[in-house]
Design a protein around this ligand. Structure first.
Ligand code: NAP
Ligand code: F7E
Length: 322
C-alpha cells in the first residue's frame, strides 16, 4: 500500500485527489493548518477515510514533522494562496505561501527522505501575457500577477531540486479546472451559483469584471488523475494539463443562464471593481505531451462542466434556506 501526503487538502483539488488516491488503495494523509480549521468537519464528512496531520507551508518545522510522521511515498503540494486578485492585496503572503512554501516542502523531503516523489501544482498563470498560442511545456513564462510570479518561483525551484538533488520532483502546469467544489470567489462558480440563486428568486443580478477574458476550462476530477500519473513515470518530467479548447467568460455566462432558460442580458452587469491591475487575456493549453506520455485526456466537455456546476448549485440552493 502506497502512502500519499497532500497539502491543500481542504481545497477543491485536495478533496478530488484524496478520493482518487483512496480509490486506488492509497493511505492518504491531508495536511491541515490552523487550530480549528473551519473546513475540517466538512472534509471529514465527505472523505471519512482521510487521515489528517497538522502543518503550514509557512512553517518549515511543521513540514519536516508532517513528512516524518506520515512517511509518504508521494507528496502532492496543492496548498497555496490561489485566488489571483488576493495576490495583489497580499503580495508578500502570496510569495511566502505559494512561492517559498514549495521550497520549504522540498527542503523537508531533502532532509527526511530524498526518495519521496513530489508533485508541484504549477499554473497556466505563469504564461500570463502569452508568448505563443497554444501554450506548451516550451512556452516562455510572463506572469501577470504576484500569484503568477510566486508560482513561477515554485515551478523553477521544483526543477532545480530535481536537477540538484536527483529528487523525483515534477510540476503539472494545470490550466483552469473547475467543479461544484470550486470556491465561490472564482468566476465559474460565482456564475453557476448566481444562476441557481437567480432562478430560485434568491438573487437579482450578477456583477462581473472582464467578460472577454478567455480560459481553457476543464473538470478538476479529470485533472487530479493526471497529477497521480505524473508521479508513476520512469522519468520525472513537467506536463501541461489542459483541454486544448478556450472559451470566454461571456461564453460561460451564456451557457450557464441558457441551462436554466434565462436571458443573461437581464441579469449581468459589469463592475470595475472586478477588473484586475494586469489581466491574462487568453489561455489555451497544448496537452499533447500528457496525452502521448501519460495516456491522459480531459474527458469532460465545456458544456458538460457548465451543466454539472449549475445543476449542483441548483440542488445546493434548493436545500439551503436564506
Ligand atoms: P483552493 O481550493 O484555493 O485550495 C487552496 C488550499 O491551500 C486550501 O486547502 C488552503 O487551506 C491551502 N492553504 C492556503 N494557505 C496555506 C498554508 N499557509 N499552508 C498550508 N496550506 C495552505 O485551490 P485549488 O483550486 O484546489 O488548487 C490547488 C492548487 O493548484 C493550488 O496550489 C493552486 O494554486 C493550483 N492551481 C489551481 C488551478 C485551478 O484551476 N484550480 C490551476 C492551476 C494551479 P485552508 O483551508 O487552510 O485555507
Ligand atoms: O478568473 C475573469 C477574470 O478568478 C478567470 C485559479 O485557480 O486559475 C484560476 O485563476 C477570469 C479572469 O480564475 C470576474 O478577470 C471576470 O480573467 O476564475 P478566476 P483565474 O484568475 O484564471 C488559474 C489557472 C490558477 O492557477 C488560479 O489559482 O475571469 N473575471 N469577472 C472574473 N473573475 C473573478 N474571480 N470574478 C469576477 O467577477
Amino acid at each position: 500500500m502506497k502512502t500519499a501526503l497532500i497539502t491543500g487538502i481542504t481545497g477543491q483539488d485536495g478533496m478530488y485527489l484524496a478520493e482518487h488516491l483512496l480509490s486506488l488503495g492509497y493511505r492518504v494523509y491531508g495536511m491541515i493548518r490552523g487550530q480549528a480549521n473551519p473546513k475540517r468537519p466538512q472534509l471529514e464528512r465527505i472523505i471519512p477515510n482521510i487521515e489528517l496531520v497538522e502543518g503550514d507551508l509557512l512553517d518549515q518545522g511543521s513540514l519536516i514533522a508532517a513528512v516524518e510522521i506520515t512517511g509518504p511515498d508521494e507528496v502532492y503540494n496543492l496548498g497555496a494562496i490561489s485566488f489571483v486578485p488576493l495576490s495583489w492585496k497580499q503580495a508578500e503572503l502570496t510569495a511566502d505561501t505559494t512561492g517559498l512554501g514549495v521550497l520549504r516542502m522540498l527542503e523537508a523531503i531533502r532532509i527526511v527522505n530524498k526518495n519521496i516523489r513530489f508533485y508541484q501544482a504549477s499554473s497556466s498563470e505563469m504564461f500570463g501575457k502569452v508568448r505563443e498560442t497554444p501554450q506548451s511545456e516550451q512556452t516562455p513564462f510572463h506572469p501577470r500577477s504576484p500569484y503568477g510570479v510566486a508560482k513561477t518561483y515554485g515551478h523553477y525551484i521544483t526543477v532545480n531540486y530535481r536537477e540538484s538533488y536527483g529528487i523525483y520532483a515534477v510540476s503539472g502546469i494545470c490550466f483552469n479546472h473547475e467543479s461544484p467544489r470550486r470556491g465561490l470567489e472564482f468566476v465559474t462558480r460565482k456564475i453557476s451559483n448566481a444562476v441557481a440563486r437567480i432562478k430560485l428568486g434568491k438573487q437579482r443580478e450578477l456583477l462581473l469584471g472582464n467578460l472577454d477574458a478567455k480560459r481553457d476550462w476543464g473538470f478538476a476530477g479529470d485533472y487530479v488523475k493526471a497529477m497521480h500519473l505524473m508521479l508513476q513515470q520512469d522519468e520525472p518530467e513537467d506536463y501541461v494539463i489542459a483541454t486544448g479548447k478556450t472559451h470566454s467568460v461571456l461564453d460561460f455566462v451564456q451557457q450557464a443562464f441558457g441551462r436554466v432558460g434565462l436571458d443573461w442580458r437581464e441579469y449581468v452587469r459589469t463592475d470595475p471593481k472586478f477588473m484586475r491591475p494586469a489581466e491574462v487575456e487568453l489561455l489555451v493549453g497544448d496537452p499533447s505531451k500528457a496525452e502521448r506520455k501519460l495516456g491522459w485526456r480531459a474527458t469532460t466537455s465545456f458544456e458538460e462542466l457548465v451543466a454539472m456546476m449549475v445543476e449542483a448549485d441548483l440542488a445546493l440552493e434548493r436545500r439551503q434556506r436564506d
